[in-house]
Design a binder for this molecule. Structure first.
Ligand SMILES: [Zn+2]
Length: 164
């Protein structure tokens, strides 16, 4: 698994944010993720949010596990606009993906969504989930250079969605 430069992290996160905006245009929650090949450059797949049990990252992790061998995925990186929730971190772990890059903290999202019925956030940092596993998953995030951009995509979205 090659090292990722700051430039690569920010560029891939901006592309993931484009995927999030595409999901939003389809009436879904604005979250997006990418799967990077071991070179840290080639994008193997993109995935936006589908629904509450098919988040961008968990869906992408299942797709990855269905299409690539574990030894290869151990060298791959999943890039996602926001810190993966416990469900997604679990799926990433079981898919055997070696690294996660996320743009903004889950806690920053919680501050935006509050107790929104469509996003009852699980307050469990992904590093804590990975720490309980038998296999290491490297985590890079949040990335301050793009965190505000990731949050900007959500600005106004949850209010328009009608918070309880
Ligand atoms: Zn999730």
């Amino acid at each position: 698994m090659s090292l990722l430069t700051d430039e690569q992290c920010t560029r891939h996160l901006r592309r993931a944010d484009g995927v999030a905006r595409r999901a939003m245009a389809m009436g879904r929650h604005p979250f997006g993720a990418l799967l990077l090949a071991p070179d840290g450059e080639t994008v193997l797949a993109e995935q936006g949010n589908i629904d509450t049990v098919n988040h961008a990252e968990s869906t992408l992790a299942r797709h990855a596990a269905a299409n690539y061998p574990g030894a290869y995925l151990a060298q791959c990186t999943l890039v996602t606009t926001f810190e993966p929730c416990a469900m997604c971190a679990g799926s990433i772990y079981w898919a055997g993906i070696g690294r996660v890059v996320y743009g903004a903290e889950e806690t920053a999202l919680l501050a935006l969504t509050g107790s929104h019925p469509e996003n009852p956030t699980l307050s469990l940092p992904c590093r804590e989930v990975f720490a309980r596993g038998q296999r290491a998953v490297e985590v890079i995030g949040p990335v301050p250079a793009v965190e505000a951009e990731m949050l900007a995509t959500h600005q106004g979205f949850w209010e328009a969605r009608g918070a309880a």
